[in-house]
Design a protein. Structure first.
Length: 384
């Protein structure tokens, strides 16, 4: 029994994060989704999007400490945009002790492809009032304390017209030199089952792209590790692909701009309820949505307090039955070493090593494993 308690204690998040996790409220998520779905449409071309964005900004303004901006950008005429126009999206910032940024968001706009009329009903409850509600709920809960890094909560618009709001913000982030450590996109995360008889209440998919130009794959692998068994009965299923086949999301413009960016999406999508008048709140599973929100919370809380990543992480070259790793450390920063077999997609072992710049793993072969070192809570850096 004592051993069981000890094992459970090791897996639990820090007490304040656990308390925040308990505050994630399915009823509050439902209220946000129902309000957003009550607009006839949130098509980015429609004036009603402006109303919905202003309502949401008002909700963010009720949260103490948040700086709320209605960001204006230009939709160029093109696919699904009849004429160029200025539109808005919501960007809410919780300043940290420094200017490194953890960004989370979903898209507030919706679309119906049932017919071309601009007034066609497009409730977009799951796609993507669910992700919009998640970001607002996280802001409410995470704003209760000061974090090392700045947290940014976004309700993108223009997603359905070609990720235009995300492109505008990623471009601006690059121009203004935002230090985004991680971007978590949550799009269509509210349902655990489809009409094909498939259901999974225990997992959410996390998509990531492998690239030399950004650390999105490592971010996904880290989130899987950091959230493993932290939300009771709920975990990440990694998918090593940029997004679903032939489809896209708001994380991609951020990845393309060089930031680590990943996408959460439910396991079993129901295509007849996407971009149709049937994307209704009654088909959203709010307990499932709450679990996805808790999972994002655990990942964000770690990232938000993480020390700077180590530099020059190296594997000792001397032939040995052990593996020695070295890195450049910073004073006061504690580190974690990770390793996995070369064929494993996920971190299989980890060890907290404290304030040091070297560790020797006894009887662990450097031939048979991949290694990384990270600051506690932060993105691991691959050892070479
Ligand atoms: Zn979407």
């Amino acid at each position: 029994m004592i051993a069981l308690i000890a094992a459970f204690a090791l897996q639990s998040p820090p007490p304040d994060v656990q308390a925040m996790m308990n505050q994630i409220d399915p009823a509050r998520l439902r209220a946000t989704v129902e309000k957003l779905a009550s607009y006839q449409t949130r098509n980015t071309n429609h004036p009603m999007l402006l109303e919905a964005a202003e309502w949401l900004a008002g909700e963010y303004r009720k949260i103490p400490g948040l700086q709320v901006e209605l960001m204006r950008y230009t939709l160029p005429a093109g696919r699904r945009v009849p004429e160029e126009k200025d539109v808005l999206q919501v960007v809410a910032r919780l300043p940290g002790k420094d200017d490194r940024i953890i960004l989370v968001g979903g898209h507030i706009d919706s679309l119906s492809l049932r017919d071309r009329s601009p007034d066609t009903r497009a409730p977009g409850a799951n796609d993507d009032a669910s992700g919009t509600a998640l970001a607002l709920e996280l802001a409410r809960v995470l704003s209760q304390r000061k974090w090392e890094h700045t947290l940014v909560f976004v309700a993108f618009s223009g997603e359905e017209q070609g990720l235009l709001g995300a492109k505008a913000l990623a471009q601006r982030a690059k121009e203004e030199g935002w230090k985004i450590d991680a971007m978590l996109n949550n799009d269509t995360i509210g349902s655990s089952s489809n009409l094909n008889g498939q259901s999974d209440t225990a997992r959410v998919r996390l998509f990531s792209e492998l690239s030399e130009d950004h650390d999105s794959r490592e971010l996904a692998r880290f989130i899987e590790w950091a959230t493993r068994d932290k939300v009771p009965g709920f975990n990440v299923k990694l998918v090593f692909r940029r997004d679903r086949f032939g489809r896209g999301g708001d994380h991609t413009p951020f990845a393309t701009a060089g930031f680590a960016a990943v996408r959460f999406v439910e396991r079993h999508e129901e295509y007849t309820r996407q971009h149709t008048p049937e994307d209704l709140p009654q088909y959203v599973d709010f307990n499932h949505l709450a679990n996805v929100t808790r999972l994002n919370l655990v990942a964000m809380a770690g990232l938000a307090d993480a020390g700077p990543p180590p530099a020059n992480v190296r594997i000792g070259r001397r032939q040995s039955h052990d593996t020695t790793l070295t890195w450049e450390s910073k004073p006061g920063v504690k580190y974690v070493v990770y390793w996995r077999e070369t064929t494993s997609p996920v971190w299989q072992w980890s060890r907290e090593v404290g304030e040091t710049d070297t560790v020797t793993l006894e009887k662990v072969s450097k031939d048979d494993h991949e290694y990384a070192v990270g600051a506690v809570g932060g993105l691991p850096v691959a050892a070479r």
